[in-house]
Design a protein around this ligand. Structure first.
Ligand code: SF4
Ligand code: SF4
Length: 241
């Protein structure tokens, strides 16, 4: 991450906002993958599951997403699902609107249908296709032995609990009704950090270890800033988001 982006993120945290926003843009997915966390009983904390939420389509979805982004003012927005390509027509409108104003956007998908070619020409857009597969393929693709040593080292020193995860603490997650908060991180429920395997959490953990002036770990500054930000949210009468 560039120094400028870190400073901007820091300012957002101090004022009680999260610099990253993840939106489950739809409750729908045509697949039924074993082990899918999004459709797990505990993903939304129990009582309701993703497929039961009222979600949005068409113009209503576009307007609600823009409203959410105006309120949260994230530096980086991820669209996940369900399968985001179920709403590719809405994304076809939203992505140019968001990326053309300099916002960084990511769409995480399983590519169940062709990805619109025009998306390749958008600046600031990253499209991520999950190729995890079932356990044999997953384990082969994510084998630590195939990773470069610095990445392996990071995975072995991953956060032990959500409160230690800078990625979780800097990311607000909303489910498909654009109201329901997913906590403590995008996986919801009671995630097992030691089994997470999330590259973003590992990347943010590495950032936290960076020593400002060669002395003070960025993690210490982040943690103090999270506390200030939580106080700001309380003053505004807002929730944990
Ligand atoms: S494609 Fe993704 S959202 Fe759909 S069932 Fe599989 S893991 Fe879950
Ligand atoms: S499960 Fe992964 S992303 Fe979630 S809080 Fe733990 S380390 Fe972070």
């Amino acid at each position: 991450m560039e120094a400028g982006a870190v400073l901007t993120a820091w300012r957002r945290i101090l004022s009680g906002y999260r610099p990253n926003l993840t939106i489950e843009i739809t409750r729908e997915c045509p697949l039924r993958c074993p082990g899918c966390y999004a459709y797990g009983e505990q993903h939304l904390g129990g009582g309701v599951v993703l497929r039961e939420l009222a979600d949005f389509k068409g113009r209503e979805l576009i307007e609600h997403v823009i409203d959410v982004i105006d309120r949260y003012r994230p530096i980086h927005t991820s669209f996940v699902g369900g399968e985001p390509l179920v709403r590719f027509r809405e994304l076809d409108v939203l992505l140019p609107m968001l990326t053309s104003t300099g916002r960084h956007v990511q769409v995480v998908m399983s590519a169940v249908r062709p990805i619109p070619a025009a998306w390749a020409r958008m600046p600031n857009l990253k499209v991520c296709v999950s190729i995890d597969g079932l356990q044999p393929e997953h384990d082969a693709r994510r084998r630590l032995a195939d990773m470069r040593p610095p990445v392996t080292k990071r995975y072995l020193a991953a956060p032990q609990q959500p409160s230690e995860c800078i990625f979780a603490n800097t990311t607000a997650c909303l489910s498909a009704d654009l109201t329901h908060a997913i906590t403590p991180c995008q996986f919801g429920g009671s995630p097992e950090c030691r089994e997470c395997g999330c590259l973003a959490s590992v990347g943010f953990s590495a950032l936290g270890d960076y020593k400002v002036g060669g002395v003070l770990p960025l993690r210490t500054i982040f943690n103090a800033s999270f506390a200030v930000g939580a106080g700001m949210r309380r003053l505004r009468g807002e929730s944990t988001l």
